[in-house]
Design a protein around this ligand. Structure first.
Ligand code: NAD
Length: 453
């Protein structure tokens, strides 16, 4: 029997005792998780520095703050989320109690990715705990310092049987996926997402797949380019471009391309003064495999900004490519690094066609002063989310479901969406035994007289 099998068995037995269900228990575990984040801030920052050269402030802003926020909302709202939810009744059930009762699913497997190793692993865990489940947590082996720290410290704060951490790479994850879970929550690329779904299907286990893809950024020629470029430069180059919702490429008319390049250059100089290579807030590509992948995407393209690299440090400067063709290498796969191609199109019409000819993205960004144009983009395209005149910020709104559509994923989380995603909303109807006369019409014989009633 494998180690993974034993861990899942133990989590299931613990779940079956019912101890994860009382709301008071859930709130306590969530508070313990918050205490873990607060007491381990420095260790978490050190691990992120080693994994991705993240600065302490970046870790605070993009990892721990979000987890903290999700915990706070769950603690505050849990009794409301977990309460029966009355629904509209039919004529036949008018005097009955009809409601949805959220109930835990059972044992959830959470598979995390490396780019935000804490946020994408522990935010789903907040939802799993809040919904009353047990959860096996599998952080990404690629961000190894964070994974080891999570494995060492989390059991000191949370119920060890209900919420075990399993470290390991592909073979350990595959062994986990052979086990029976009640839900699998996976964050990572679409290729592995399909393998996860295939493995889960063998047990008829539902999945949440938080995947990626190429998130387009359309810039209208009448927009304030200075403001647009500040927001785009921030959203693209934070975490060295390794953000699932980073703007992957820009679509704009040829007449504004050079001004865009100038404005982005100004922002890069402002955000990473002197030299991004030596600047604290500029990250690194996670490893040499990804470094080489990114460098090979650059082949044959016209560098307008940046392009410098240092393989020994996994450093690639913030880089902008101009006049990129839709069929170039850069446009075939999600970039997931600090390379920003600009593709020119004739206008909004062509932009919409360009977007719709490709896989549905996780996020779509539109920069425009024209509300009609924004509404047209909403009406005529599809993506996990659409944000106008900014980047990334929708991730911070717990009331907005976070997730993809089509190739960018399925399912959603954050705030109550996490709770609902990891609960079964059980249909409940409670009828009284009196008022039997009111039921006469449904019993045979179905005479005309009864139906005329
Ligand atoms: P990764 O390499 O860390 O893989 C993710 C997880 O899958 C890891 O835990 C890993 O152990 C496991 N895994 C890898 N190969 C496997 C296999 N063959 N079988 C079973 N398990 C396997 O991360 P990644 O996939 O490189 O992550 C980057 C991708 O994730 C990008 O596409 C990005 O857009 C996406 N992403 C999405 C979100 C989101 O919230 N939608 C967040 C972060 C990252």
């Amino acid at each position: 029997m494998s180690k993974e099998h034993l861990v899942v068995e133990r989590a299931r037995k613990a779940f079956q005792t019912g101890k994860s269900k009382p709301l008071e228990f859930r709130v306590n575990q969530l508070k313990n998780l918050r205490r873990f984040i607060n007491e381990s801030r420095k260790d978490i920052a050190d691990a992120c520095k080693k994994d991705l050269n993240k600065s302490g402030n970046c870790t605070e802003l993009f990892e721990t703050l979000g987890i903290d926020g999700e915990i706070n909302i769950a603690v505050k709202r849990l009794s409301e989320w977990a309460a029966p939810r009355p629904v509209e009744k039919s004529l036949l059930t008018i005097s009955d109690e009809v409601f949805l009762q959220p109930e835990p699913l059972g044992v959830v497997l959470i598979i995390g990715a490396w780019n935000y190793p804490w946020a994408v692993t522990l935010q789903p865990l907040v939802g799993a705990i809040a919904a009353g489940n047990a959860a096996v947590v599998k952080p990404s082996e690629v961000s190894s310092h964070s994974a080891k720290l999570m494995e060492k410290l989390l059991p000191l704060y949370l119920d060890e049987e209900l919420y075990p951490v399993v470290c390991g790479g592909v073979s350990e994850t595959q062994e986990l996926l052979r086990q029976r879970f009640d839900h699998v929550f996976y964050t990572g690329n679409s290729t592995v997402g399909k393998l996860v779904m295939e493995a889960a299907a063998r047990h008829l286990t539902p999945v949440t797949l938080e995947l990626g893809g190429k998130s387009p950024c359309y810039i209208d020629k009448n927009v304030d380019l200075r403001v647009a470029c500040r927001r785009i430069t921030w959203g693209k180059f934070v975490n060295c471009g390794q953000t699932c919702i980073a703007p992957d490429y820009i679509l704009c008319e040829p007449s504004i391309q050079n001004r865009l390049v100038e404005e982005i250059q100004k922002c890069i100089t402002e955000f990473y003064p002197d030299n991004p290579k030596t600047f604290e807030d500029y990250g690194r590509v996670i490893n040499q495999h990804h470094f080489q992948r990114l460098m090979s995407l650059l082949e044959g393209s016209t560098v307008a900004i940046g392009g410098e690299s240092d393989e020994s440090l996994c450093y690639i400067a913030p880089t902008v490519l101009k006049d990129v063709r839709g069929d170039s290498k850069l446009m075939q796969e999600e970039i997931f690094g600090p390379l920003l191609p600009i593709v020119t199109i004739s206008g909004v019409e062509e932009a919409i066609r360009f977007i719709n000819e490709r896989e549905k993205p996780l996020a779509l960004y539109v920069f425009s002063q024209d509300r009609k144009l924004i509404m047209r983009m909403i009406a005529e395209t599809s993506s996990g989310a659409l944000v106008a005149n900014d980047c990334l910020v929708h991730f911070t709104v717990s009331a907005l479901p976070f997730g993809g559509v089509g190739n960018s994923g399925m399912g959603r989380y954050h705030g109550q969406h996490s709770f609902d995603q990891l609960s079964h909303l059980r249909a409940c109807l409670i009828k009284k035994l009196n008022m039997e006369a009111a039921n006469a019409m449904r019993y045979p014989p179905h005479t005309d007289k009864k139906l005329a009633w």
